[in-house]
Design a protein around this ligand. Structure first.
Ligand SMILES: [Zn+2]
Ligand SMILES: [Zn+2]
Length: 892
């Protein structure tokens, strides 16, 4: 008879599919995500979205970082900031060019045959057709970006920003062209910056071989992991104070294959304690050798083609061989000549790999490349981080970033691609060279009209380093730039801290004169449940779009946010975690169905709080817990502890509001007249509405769907959506330690009774308490009896022949009379048997963990798993022992 009829307009299952697309369209249509600079009216809050590649498909890493950015933006918007989350996409030089080239290949076309202009036209067509996909996917996640301000790194404004930045740096002497050893990807056939090279250990080889002195009077031994580069050796270097070789400096050795004489030179960069103390010098294929050659005057000999085959500069027998083939052939020939001293294979050492295609990088002299000189850019960037104008969260990243910045070398910005910002430098037939913002028609120095533009394009990071201000209108002095810059916080993964974050800081300081953002939030990486990287080959990829389809965006967002603590480097995600989050969305829906069952929404939709004198103990407790929840959520979110905020909200909503608050007030909300029932729902409804607002940044859709049920005329009160509702203000006066103490006592008492019932089984229980306690429990008698499953009885009714369990809760005593006729022997023997099984498993696990062979051979994850198993078994055994103790105390 105590049924509260749930709201008839709310079906028992929450259906995200019926909700999410609907609300997103409404939010867009009402322009709720749009932001305008308000001058001094409101405080700005701004996040620029790290632009995903325009070729990209939303992956779980995107879903994670965008969730965090949206949580921060939505909360700031509700807090009354003029909040802007500025979205965009990146043209992604290599990635996009490769995608379109592949498409062409299927049609039997080749970009080189098409020519540059026709190819670029194809890329733009591709971008128009598919570039919107990633945007739609970001929207499906519920992201509250200002789409009116969507930018693309190659759009007109941003392209102009790139030119202005380049020309300013060029004219300022910060950009120069030079011959340097660059990182060359032979597969993508482009240069890469140092940060785009991933260093990985590989099983290679170390070959030590001998160069005979030209005069036949001895030899010098050298060692190398890339023996094929000896085809390009032009000298031998030793340390100037290395006495072993002092007599050889100035002599020459003879190249065994082509008879060239290579001078022995002295250079302080050689480490005399390493290897033989003598090094072969290959200036065109090693950055250190290049510098030695610069200082000692050794010539450069480039023996590789762009695809890493041996060039025609090498002896004929090696020409055209692939680098790995050449490596074998050179060793064989050296062996034949009796020059090999030692071969170590496998030899484990670090080799640079291309971050895109994973080919081994070839340090290579590829002709002239453009560089940014970093010396003058670096100092202000370091200063801004040291004096706290930029704060890193967690702070330890600051040191990593500073260390990297201090060791930074000049940045190679030219790429041998067609898709990208073409370098705005022109050459005239008379040898003049100049940079220009506008396409020039004649040489400013000699007036010649026959100009040629540099064929290379700029590194993608050159344009994305301008992102925090180019998207706000720079180089123009726009109201947006004035209002939103410096932006509030940059949210990104640690893998692009150097590639991108450091460069934005340098360019922001140099071009705008201020930091690009005040905070940098560096988050971890989403992994699979076992902590492994998600990859196609492991088959453990979680596709966010599938997850949204199946569980809803709210579930995915909540599952991601609840992992995001500042110290969490690896975030283990499983579909079970997303399922659990979906269950939480359902719980929110169902809790609301219950609360709103007897609640009559007011005309303005604003829930009303009855006066404090009318609050029941449960209501006082719920209000106090809600206030504590608000404080905890605020503190956690201010410190970017998304995990704590999400978990606090889960605990409050599920266990405090629903399991206890709603349950304890169930009878009251179910009986009496409609106004009485409405009154019994008012406090809960007030708390529910505020909790929805706290949950909204995490789960925007289900919260909106429920929130709208507080009254259809909310827009009349000036609030049309929870998106723009105010963030709940604190009510410190709701703190109530008396209510918490009393209510917690009841919770503990009920939990104790339930625990015993769980062991003994169903039946008629009697909870016998003293007079004073009975009085105290009176207001909650119905809830205690229903939730505990035991009738409350005064001491006088205790039956001396019955069997009792003594309960002691917070120093107060009660006795629980167990059902008559209960026979503990069966229950005891059942548990003894189980305990035996558990103990033998526990011993087996302990033996395993004590064994040397397991610990030394098993993978660390397997050891960890076994340790957890041991703990679980030990806990299980302890519980069984307790239960047996309890049952035995009841006597047989
Ligand atoms: Zn590559
Ligand atoms: Zn000229």
């Amino acid at each position: 008879m105590e049924t509260t009829e749930p709201r008839t307009d709310m079906p028992p299952q929450y259906d995200p599919r019926a909700t999410e697309a609907k609300w997103y369209a409404i939010w867009l249509e009402r322009g709720l995500f749009h932001s305008e600079p308000t001058g001094s009216v409101l405080e700005p809050f701004c996040i620029v979205m790290p632009p995903p590649n325009v070729t990209g498909v939303l992956h779980i890493g995107h879903a994670f970082t965008f969730t965090l950015q949206d949580v921060l933006t939505r909360r700031a918007r509700m807090q009354g900031f003029e909040a802007l989350w500025l979205p965009g996409t990146d043209h992604a030089g290599i990635a996009t060019q490769v995608v379109v080239e592949r498409e062409l290949a299927r049609e039997g076309l080749d970009r080189r045959e098409m020519g540059r202009d026709a190819f670029l036209e194809r890329v733009w067509q591709w971008k128009e057709r598919y570039g919107g996909r990633i945007v739609e996917q970001v929207q499906a996640l519920g992201s509250s970006c200002d789409w009116d301000r969507l930018r693309f790194t190659m759009d007109e404004g941003l392209s102009r920003a790139v030119r202005v930045a380049f020309v300013r740096m060029f004219d300022d002497g910060l950009i120069y062209r030079g011959e340097r050893i660059i990182n060359w990807c032979p597969r993508d056939r482009t240069a890469l910056s140092d940060s785009e090279v991933e260093h990985e250990e590989v099983d290679g080889e170390l070959v030590t071989f001998r160069y005979e002195l030209s005069d036949g009077g001895g030899h010098v031994n050298v060692a190398t992991t890339r023996v094929e580069t000896m085809l390009g050796d032009t000298g031998i270097a030793v340390h100037p104070s290395d006495e072993r070789y002092a007599a050889l400096v100035g002599a020459t050795v003879r190249h065994p294959f082509d008879g060239r004489d290579l001078p022995v030179v002295a250079d302080a960069a050689v480490d005399p304690s390493f290897g033989t103390g003598a090094v072969k010098v290959t200036p065109a294929h090693d950055p250190n050798d290049f510098e030695i050659a610069e200082r000692t005057g050794l010539p450069r000999l480039n023996i590789l083609n762009a695809d890493a085959t041996v060039a025609d500069t090498a002896p004929e027998e090696f020409r055209g061989l692939d680098r790995y083939e050449a490596r074998k052939r050179v060793t064989e020939r050296l062996r034949d000549l009796g020059l090999v001293i030692a071969e170590e294979r496998p030899f484990r050492h670090a080799v640079g790999h291309c971050y895109r295609c994973h080919s081994e990088i070839e340090p290579w002299l590829s002709g002239k490349q453009w560089f940014v000189a970093v010396d003058r850019l670096r100092a202000p960037a370091i200063e801004a981080s040291e004096d706290g104008r930029i704060r890193f969260h967690p702070e330890r990243w600051r040191n990593a970033y500073l260390e990297w910045l201090r060791g930074l070398r000049d940045w190679n910005i030219s790429r041998q691609l067609w898709w990208g910002h073409r370098i705005p430098v022109w050459y005239c037939p008379n040898g003049h060279e100049f940079a220009s913002i506008e396409d020039p028609t004649e040489c400013p120095e000699c007036g010649a009209g026959d100009l040629e533009q540099d064929p290379d394009v700029l590194d993608t990071w050159f344009s994305s380093q301008l992102w925090p201000f180019s998207t706000l209108g720079w180089p123009d002095e726009t109201p947006e730039l004035d209002f939103y810059y410096p932006t509030t916080v940059l949210v990104t993964g640690y893998e692009i801290l150097y590639l991108w974050v450091a460069r934005m800081i340098m360019s922001g300081m140099y071009l705008v004169g201020d930091v690009p953002f005040r905070n940098v939030l560096i988050h971890g990486l989403v992994r699979d449940a076992q902590g492994r990287k998600m990859s196609k080959s492991l088959g453990n990829v979680i596709d966010p779009l599938d997850m949204i389809q199946e569980y809803g965006a709210d579930a995915l967002r909540y599952a991601l946010a609840r992992m995001a603590g500042p110290e969490q480097q690896n975030l283990p995600l499983s579909t079970e975690g997303i399922e659990a989050a979906r269950n939480f969305a359902n719980k929110i829906w169902n809790g609301a169905r219950q609360v709103l069952a007897a609640y009559a929404p007011r005309e303005d939709g604003e829930p009303h709080l009855p006066s404090p004198g009318d609050w029941t103990l449960t209501e006082r407790w719920v209000l106090a817990r809600h206030q504590a929840c608000l404080d905890e959520v605020n503190a956690a979110m201010d410190a970017y502890r998304f995990d704590e905020a999400a978990q606090t909200l889960h605990r409050f909503f599920w266990s405090e509001l629903c399991d206890w608050g709603l349950e304890a007030e169930k009878r009251r909300r179910a009986t009496g007249t409609d106004p009485e029932r409405h009154r019994a729902s008012e406090v809960l409804a007030w708390v529910l509405e505020r909790t929805l607002r706290l949950l909204h940044p995490f789960m925007p859709f289900v919260t909106e769907e429920v929130w709208q049920r507080f009254g259809g005329e909310r827009s009349a009160a000036g609030v049309e959506s929870i998106v723009v509702a105010a963030w709940p203000e604190p009510h410190p006066e709701h703190q109530d330690s008396d209510a918490e103490e009393e209510f917690d006592f009841v919770r503990e008492l009920v939990a104790n009774v339930r625990g015993i019932r769980g062991i003994i089984g169903p039946g008629r229980y009697l909870l016998v308490v003293g007079d004073r306690l009975e009085q105290e429990l009176e207001p909650l008698r119905e809830a205690v009896e229903r939730l505990g499953g035991a009738a409350l009885a005064p001491l006088g009714e205790a039956d001396p022949t019955g069997r009792y369990v003594r309960l002691s809760v917070s120093g107060r005593e009660a006795r629980l009379k167990i059902p008559e006729g209960f026979e503990p022997t069966g229950a005891v023997s059942l548990r003894r048997k189980r305990l035996e099984g558990t103990r033998s498993k526990l011993e087996a696990s302990e033996r395993k963990l004590a064994g040397e062979s397991f610990l030394s051979r098993a993978a660390p994850e397997a050891v960890e798993k076994e340790r957890r198993k041991r703990e679980d078994l030990a806990a299980e055994a302890a519980v069984l022992e307790d239960q047996i103790g309890l049952l035995e105390s009841l006597g047989g």
